[in-house]
Design a protein around this ligand. Structure first.
Ligand code: NAD
Length: 329
C-alpha cells in the first residue's frame, strides 16, 4: 500500500482530498498544526501528526518513520486581509514551510509533489479568462507568498530531474459533501459563500465590498469551484504524475465561469429561501475586479470532469452543512 503525506490534511480542502485518497486505498498520513484545521474532519483510518511545518526536526521524524510515495501540500495561511499586517508570518508558513517540505522530499527521495496554489497569484487579471501562462502579478502578500512557494517547487523540478510536481491554482472554493459528511469548519475564513452561510444562521447581515468595479453590476467577479470537484482534481493530478510520460506543471482549477458578488448573494437567497440585509462597503485592499479561470489545460491533460458546476448547488450544500451545526464543532 502506498503512503501519501497530506500536509494541511485537517483543513477544509485537505480533508476532502484525504477522504478520496482513503477510498482509493492509500495509506494516508496527515501533518497539520491544527491552527485552522480540525481533528473532527479526519476519518479514523488516518495517521495524524500535529506538527508545524516550520519545525524541521519533527518533520524529519515523520519522513524517517514512513516511506512516502507522494506529498500533497495544502498547509498555508490564507486570509488576504490578514496577510497585510502579518506578512512575515505568511512568508514563514507559506514560503519557508514549503521549502522545508521540499528539502525533506529531496533528502528522503520523495518524487511526487502536489502543491495547492491560488488564483491570487494572478492579481489584476487583464483577460476575461486567465491562463496558467499569463504573467502573475499578486496584489497582496498572501498571493505573493504562494507565488514564491510555486517558484521553489518549479525550481526543485528543474534541479532534481526525477522530481515531478503539479501546482494547482484553485479559484474560489466552496460547498460541502452532499451527504453531509464533511464541509467547511472554519467559517471565519472570509470566503464569500461561507460568510453567507454563517450570516444566514445568525443576523442575516451581509457586507458587499466594492460596488464600482468595472463589471456588469459593479461588484467583483469570481469563479467558484465545489470542494468535491477540487478534491477530485488532486487525485487526477496524482494519477497523471504516476504515468510514465508524466510532465510537471500548473493547472488552473476553476469552472471557467464567473459570478459577481451580487449574483452569488441572489443565488444563495433563492436556493435557500433567505433574505439578507445587504450593506455596501468600500472595496478591500488588494481585491481584483475579476478573476475567472481558463481551464482548458486541466481538461486537455487530465481526465478531470467536474460534476458540481452549479452555483445554486454550491450555495445549498454550504448552507445545509452550516445550518446543521456540524461545521462549528
Ligand atoms: N479555500 C479557498 O478558497 C482556497 C483558494 C485558493 C487556494 N487555497 C489554498 O488551499 C489550501 C488549503 O486551504 P483551505 O481552504 O483548506 O484552508 P484551511 O485553513 O482549512 O486549511 C489549511 C490547513 O493547513 C494547516 N496549517 C496552517 N499552517 C500550518 C503549519 N504551519 N503547519 C502545519 N499545518 C498548517 C491548518 O491547520 C489547516 O488545517 C491552502 O494552501 C490555500 O492557500 C484555498
Amino acid at each position: 500500500m502506498q503512503s501519501i503525506l497530506v500536509v494541511g490534511g485537517a483543513g477544509y480542502i485537505g480533508s476532502h482530498t484525504v477522504q478520496r485518497l482513503l477510498k482509493k486505498d492509500y495509506q494516508v498520513i496527515v501533518v497539520d498544526d491544527l491552527s485552522t484545521g480540525k481533528m473532527a474532519s479526519l476519518p479514523s483510518q488516518v495517521q495524524f501528526h500535529q506538527v508545524d511545518i516550520l519545525n524541521t526536526s519533527e518533520l524529519r521524524k515523520i519522513f524517517e518513520k514512513y516511506r512516502f510515495h507522494a506529498v500533497f501540500h495544502l498547509a498555508a495561511k490564507l486570509s488576504v486581509p490578514e496577510s497585510f499586517p502579518k506578512h512575515f508570518e505568511y512568508f514563514d508558513t507559506n514560503v519557508v514551510g514549503t521549502k522545508n517540505l521540499l528539502k525533506k522530499c529531496e533528502e528522503f527521495g520523495v518524487k511526487r509533489f502536489i502543491f495547492s496554489s491560488t488564483a491570487a497569484v494572478y492579481g489584476n487579471v487583464q483577460s476575461a479568462l486567465v491562463k496558467e501562462t499569463d504573467p502573475p502579478c499578486p496584489q497582496n502578500p498572501y498571493g505573493l507568498t504562494k507565488l514564491m512557494a510555486e517558484a521553489l517547487v518549479v525550481n526543485q523540478g528543474e534541479i532534481q530531474k526525477d522530481f515531478k510536481f503539479r501546482i494547482l491554482r484553485y479559484f474560489n472554493v466552496a460547498g460541502a459533501e452532499l451527504d453531509g459528511s464533511n464541509g467547511p469548519r472554519n467559517l471565519h475564513s472570509g470566503q464569500l459563500i461561507l460568510n453567507l452561510g454563517r450570516s444566514a444562521v445568525n443576523d442575516k447581515v451581509v457586507s458587499v465590498y466594492g460596488t464600482n468595479f468595472p463589471t456588469r453590476d459593479g461588484t467583483a467577479i469570481r469563479d467558484y469551484i465545489h470542494v468535491v470537484d477540487l478534491a477530485e482534481a488532486h487525485l487526477e493530478a496524482f494519477n497523471c504524475l504516476e504515468s510514465a510520460s508524466s510532465t510537471s506543471g500548473v493547472w488552473n482549477c476553476g469552472y471557467g465561469q464567473g459570478y459577481s458578488v451580487m449574483e452569488v448573494v441572489k443565488a444563495f437567497e433563492a436556493v435557500n429561501q433567505i433574505k439578507f440585509d445587504i450593506q455596501l462597503q468600500p472595496p478591500r485592499q488588494g481585491d481584483p475586479s475579476q478573476v475567472v479561470a481558463n481551464n482548458e489545460l486541466i481538461f486537455k491533460e487530465s481526465g478531470w470532469r467536474p460534476k458540481y458546476n452549479d452555483i445554486s448547488l454550491i450555495c445549498k450544500s454550504t448552507y445545509d452543512w452550516i445550518k446543521n451545526g456540524i461545521g462549528q464543532r
